[in-house]
Design a protein around this ligand. Sequence first.
Ligand SMILES: [Fe+2]
Length: 388
Amino acid sequence: MDRIFRYEIPTTIEFGNGAVNFLQNHIAALNGTKALIVTDPGVEKAGVARVVSEVLEKAGIPYEIFNEVEPDPDIEGVMKGKELALEMNCDVILGLGGGSSLDTAKAIGLMLGNKGHIRDYVGINKVPNKGKPVIAIPTTAGTGSELTIWSVLSDKLQKVKLSVGSSFNCPDLALCDPELTLSLPAKVTAATGMDALTHALESYVNKATQPISEGKSLQAMKLINENLRTAVAQGDNKEARYNMLLASLIAAMAFNSTRLGLSHALAMPLGAYFHIPHGTVNAILLPEVMEFNLVGNISKFREIAKLFDMPIEGLSPRDAAYQSVVAVRQLKQDIGIHETLSDFGVTEKDLNLIAEEAMESGNVPVNPRLTSTEDLKNICRAAMGMKG
Ligand SMILES: [Fe+2]
């Protein structure tokens, strides 16, 4: 009650099955004359890039394709994409794919209006100018990058992940077409869905949250609880896919103004050193982080348990809150995420470095429980399957 909060979503949202078929109208509205499609080989192989390029061809809009985005996208890829856009006179950037493609597309757009290297803009609000218009078209339901201020990039030489956060990095339009997610494999659906859940949940319990984000987090968690299992078990279930893309978008609307928590703080170095897919590492960490954080916000964790339909009647507030951890573990099991950090090669001797780097994250100060480096190491130990 004693603080002023801020909520900002500069991105326009267009959402619905078949929404991508009207892409040409949005390009025209942004005064675009030639598009650069930024994507990755997997999206191309699944035929999704073809859907977009056919819409452009029918509308007579020229385009180029930059299809070199890799998982944990490198900063040099951004600079290469920017050069291609300049060389080919592209004036609107279409990000098409999961978080890696969208984060790269956003950063390319940004660099078309700013000097130097993307490395110069790491941090929050370091970018002086708006770049070229960006339309983000997600093909996974998890990242939320289609409307967030963040691009998470890698410096593969230095083995670090770098975050660029700026309202100029928000896409002009999030064009969300759930039909584009129908071909997503079950494993990716599960991991990205858990990323969306981690966004909603970490935003909901953290110290920086505010009433608008809280409402969005609750809505997103409810949709995920009701739809993620079906989306994984039946990839072609249109209703589950629709609701999961909606959930991921709404979760992003929640955390864009609040930051996250310890799962995301640890996910950065663990992703950089061990190349664990972002959704998977969050899924591994989330229940362990929740168990640690429980005492920091018992009433909120109790609310989460309720929302997950856990039997909490007659339980003490603390025991009811713990049921939220049980619920998330159950969800993980149901969608087939059984890995531990050890399965990705993380060992005891790595924990100092991981914990020290995670402590630098802006997600640590907002966490609901005061956290030490040793606490982070203990969370990692639990996520390695080393707990009693
Ligand atoms: Fe995430």
